[in-house]
Design a protein around this ligand. Structure first.
Ligand SMILES: C[S@@+](CC[C@H](N)C(=O)[O-])C[C@H]1O[C@@H](n2cnc3c(N)ncnc32)[C@H](O)[C@@H]1O
Length: 166
């Protein structure tokens, strides 16, 4: 009998993972080191604006206490894997980070590379990414550092090159 909901199988597991990965409870999923290293060889990043003392990918980084959203990233080559939460109760969410990446990339000599879920239906995707950046859809699913399973969502790498795009 069709119940409309699926429990106790792979769909249930994916739903639970989705809840964890997209919920406010988990914002520090760390980029797989090999995945980062490949991008780093291409771009030579100088700044990780959203990190903590244990998961930063560059020597120069900002933590939540610093608030990377409030800093200028001008002149940097930035790798940004932003927090996953949506905005809530005055706290910024992933869409704010996407806007920040777009805005900062307009500054001279600034390149921003962002790793985010490939959610092509969102307002932020259409306002700040689609037609405005190079998009690399990741084949397969990433397994974030410390995660038991691969992510239940596809990812994409968004590249804003040196303040040149429209
Ligand atoms: C998805 S993790 C990425 C960690 C690491 N940069 C990486 O690529 O693996 C996002 C990080 O941003 C940090 N964070 C949250 N709010 C922040 C803020 N306002 N400014 C800087 N970092 C922040 C979180 O503590 C978390 O470590």
């Amino acid at each position: 009998m069709f119940r409309g909901l699926c429990y106790g199988c792979i769909c249930g597991r994916a739903a639970r993972m989705n809840k964890v990965l997209l919920s406010s409870g988990k914002d520090d999923w760390e980029t797989p080191q090999e995945f980062f290293a490949k991008l780093d060889r291409e771009f030579q990043f100088t700044l990780d604006p959203c990190a903590n003392d244990n998961n930063h990918k560059c020597n120069r980084y900002y933590t939540e206490l610093d608030d990377g959203l409030s800093k200028s990233w001008g002149g940097e080559t930035v790798f940004c894997n932003p927090p996953y939460s949506a905005a809530r109760k005055g706290k910024p969410g992933q869409a704010d980070w996407i806007k920040k990446c777009y805005d900062e990339s307009k500054k001279p000599g600034t390149t921003v590379v962002m790793l985010i879920p490939a959610r092509t239906d969102t307002a932020a995707f259409h306002k700040y990414i689609y037609g405005k950046a190079e998009i690399r859809f990741v084949r397969g699913r990433l397994k974030f550092v410390g995660a038991k399973y691969s992510a239940p969502f596809p990812s994409m790498v968004v590249v804003y090159r040196g303040g040149r795009q429209g």
